[in-house]
Design a protein around this ligand. Structure first.
Ligand code: PHB
Length: 368
């Protein structure tokens, strides 16, 4: 029987357990410049006993930013800052992947170059979604500007450049963020992609740009160092698709062709990605690991609202290879040790999830 504490061969990395630290937006990079710094290095190093760490979503360009304080990977200073993080994690024998992110329409002019409108496949706003302006004022999502066809290639280049920067910064691999209603997901799903050119319409057309991005990243990193995050049936950021089964089976076929390292899929059971205050269980949505795991030939990581008991069960039954934990990794830097020794977990404080200082960030206690 496979245990959550068993090692896992992840390409040519052997990780010590199947307890993955999920990507978590914390909005604590150094300002100005959205630069990772010592505080972030301390936070990640505290959690180095994870099987591996996936960093918080990290913008590949200025245009890719949607929230204040989220880090980037497109300037020299940011690359230097991330080096502090990767060095600190490696010193503790941890492994760390960078999550590459473009928010698309989930932004605000105050984050955009020249105060422009945020960009998207189509000029359709995300209803009931919000963000914060550059000076931390809550704001609703405006109607974005549809990308011109000649701009798409520039964004592919931004991802490629960011992938190179991630290599220079000493990461062990990268995860391409195709989930949760951000730019690549906005292209995949037909609720947000109404384009009439070669990047919209059929599934083959809608997937074209996300695959161009993935292929550019693979060119830099090799397929066995690249993962992809997906969120079929997730409603966060006003997402929907007319045929998710067909769409995501097609996506997984394309990922299989490229033999990427892993797929990281979010269970729609937990629809509070992005910080609504309650766990809203989506009773109408199926389990995505049950629906899609068999389709993918590589490592399958599942995330979304797991407790320890459920996580052990899905790994023991071989439904998935590993589970990514978010909130309980925030409040338990030594989560694998606590699982191993069956110890009580620290509870998390939602009010310190986003922005602020070391409070609720690097001050959660370890087991004594
Ligand atoms: C967020 O910043 O709210 C956020 C970022 C990335 C996600 C989900 C939520 O995948």
């Amino acid at each position: 029987m496979t245990s959550i504490l068993d090692p896992l061969q992840l390409g040519n990395l052997k990780i010590n357990n199947r307890i993955i630290m999920a990507p978590l937006t914390r909005m604590r990079s150094k300002q100005p410049g959205n630069i990772p710094w010592e505080l972030n290095a301390t936070y990640y190093a505290q959690r180095a006993s994870a099987g591996f760490i996936i960093t918080e979503a990290t913008q590949v360009s200025q245009q890719a930013q949607g929230y204040p304080g989220t880090p980037g990977i497109h300037t020299k200073e940011q690359v230097q800052g991330w080096k502090l993080v990767t060095d600190a994690v490696h010193k503790k024998n941890g492994r760390i992947f960078l999550q590459l992110w473009h928010v698309g329409r989930i932004s605000h002019s105050s984050h955009q170059p020249n105060g422009n409108l945020p960009v998207a496949p189509s000029a359709i706003p995300a209803k009931n979604s919000g963000t914060y302006t550059a000076d931390w004022k809550p704001t609703e999502i405006l109607t974005p500007r549809a990308l011109e066809i000649n701009e798409i290639d520039l964004i592919v280049k931004d991802f490629e450049n960011a992938a190179k920067n991630a290599k220079e910064a000493g990461f062990d691999g990268v995860e391409v963020h195709m989930a949760n209603g951000y730019l690549l997901d906005q292209f995949l799903q037909d609720g947000s992609n109404k384009r009439t050119d070669e990047f919209g319409g059929s599934i083959q057309n809608r997937i074209k740009f996300p695959l161009q991005v993935l292929d550019a990243v693979i060119k830099v990193w090799e397929n066995d160092k690249v993962g992809v995050r997906l969120s079929p049936y997730g409603k966060f950021n006003d997402m929907n698709d007319s045929n998710p089964i067909q769409l995501f089976n097609y996506v997984l076929d394309e990922l299989n062709k490229r033999k990427i390292l892993y797929v990281h899929m979010i269970e729609p059971r937990a629809t509070n990605a992005g910080g609504s205050d309650q766990d809203v269980k989506d009773g109408s949505a199926p389990s995505t690991s049950k629906l899609f795991r068999k389709k993918f030939n590589g490592i399958f990581i599942s995330a979304g609202g797991y407790d320890i008991k459920n996580a052990k069960q899905v790994i023991e039954s071989k439904e998935v290879d590993a589970v990514a934990f978010g909130r309980i990794f925030i409040s338990n830097p030594d989560l694998p040790k606590r699982i191993e020794l069956n110890k009580e977990l620290n509870s998390y404080k939602r009010e310190t999830f986003y922005g602020g200082t070391e409070k609720g960030y690097t001050d959660y206690p370890f087991l004594s």
